[in-house]
Design a protein around this ligand. Structure first.
Ligand code: SHN
Ligand code: NAI
Length: 213
């Protein structure tokens, strides 16, 4: 069985090229933009949404078919046409130019594949089936969205702030670990979700910090 290595890639301002301008290309472009990628789309035809993104200066569109040399200078590349010849040419070029390539209709030609993901502030939950069933990835993503709601955005913000505080102020790693463990494994999130707690940060500070110092 093929193994993919899951990583969190910082693509802020990295140059990403997408060959093709249909529905699938659009989905990949949207996720790249969400993470701050600098996106260029090369395609003779685009969806209305991609066109709007270009009008608003969010992406650059080059309105023509792929030609050899188009991947040069990019960090990441996606081919989202349904043209086998273009897939093959891009695969060749990506290898030569050492650009990581995703071929949306051929997992066996990909350097990387894209998981389904849930984003809750700084929390990312990603799901992949190694390409076996993208529909199943989607379904699991939907299930996760129902379980991990917006309260995780707030919770994680508070945990991040507390961690900064504790890392600089507490010397003993065992105390720090125990402190975080108590909060994360408590019923605080359930109670916040049920509306029993109004201000999550104050509640956590009062309940857990007082007890620990
Ligand atoms: C290998 C991979 C390469 C890659 O794109 O990176 C790939 C490949 C292919 N997808 C196909 C079809 C569909 N893809 C989706 C949806 C998504 N596809 C995504 C990723 C991936 N798709 C990578 C593997 C991910 C994994 O490991 O699980 C998601 C998760 C992320 C994203 O695209 O952003 C996004 C869900 C996002 C979300 O909703 O959260 C749907 C469902 C829908 O449309 O709603 C369908 C129709 C139903 C079905 O076929 O299951 C086809 C066949 C085309 C055909 O039939 O001709 C191929 C090619 C092939 O398999 O040969
Ligand atoms: N990975 C995934 O998540 C999924 C992949 N697919 C596959 O992705 C492919 C694309 O799907 P859609 O976006 O729905 O197709 P589409 O037909 O809507 O879009 C294809 C795009 O490619 C462009 N194109 C065609 N020839 C080109 C060339 N020589 N150079 C540059 N651009 C060119 C077209 O102008 C069009 O914008 C299909 O092969 C499909 O099987 C389909 C669903 C999901």
């Amino acid at each position: 069985m093929k193994k993919y290595y899951p990583i969190m890639l910082d693509i802020e301002d990295k140059r990403c090229v997408v060959i093709g301008g249909g529905k699938v290309a659009q989905r990949k472009v949207e996720s790249l933009l969400y993470c701050g990628g600098a996106v260029t789309v090369i395609t003779p035809k685009v969806t209305e949404e991609l066109n709007n993104l270009a009008q608003n200066g969010k992406i650059q569109i080059i309105l023509r078919e792929y030609t050899s040399g188009d991947l040069k200078g990019f960090d990441l590349a996606y081919v989202a046409t349904d043209n086998q010849r273009v897939n093959n040419l891009c695969r060749e070029e990506a290898k030569q130019e050492k650009v990581l390539l995703n071929v949306v209709d051929q997992p066996d030609m990909c350097d990387f594949i894209v998981p389904a993901s849930v984003q809750r502030g700084d929390l990312t939950i990603a799901v992949s089936t190694n390409g076996k069933s993208p529909m199943l990835s989607r379904k699991i993503r939907e299930d996760l969205e129902a379980v991990y709601g917006e309260e995780y955005t707030v919770f994680l913000e508070v945990m991040g702030e507390l961690r900064q505080l504790v890392l600089t102020e507490w010397e003993n790693i065992h105390h720090r670990r125990e402190f975080f463990q108590k909060i994360v494994y408590s019923d605080v999130l359930d109670r916040y979700r049920n509306g029993e707690i109004q201000d999550l940060k104050s509640y956590i500070l009062e309940t857990f910090l007082k007890r620990s110092v």
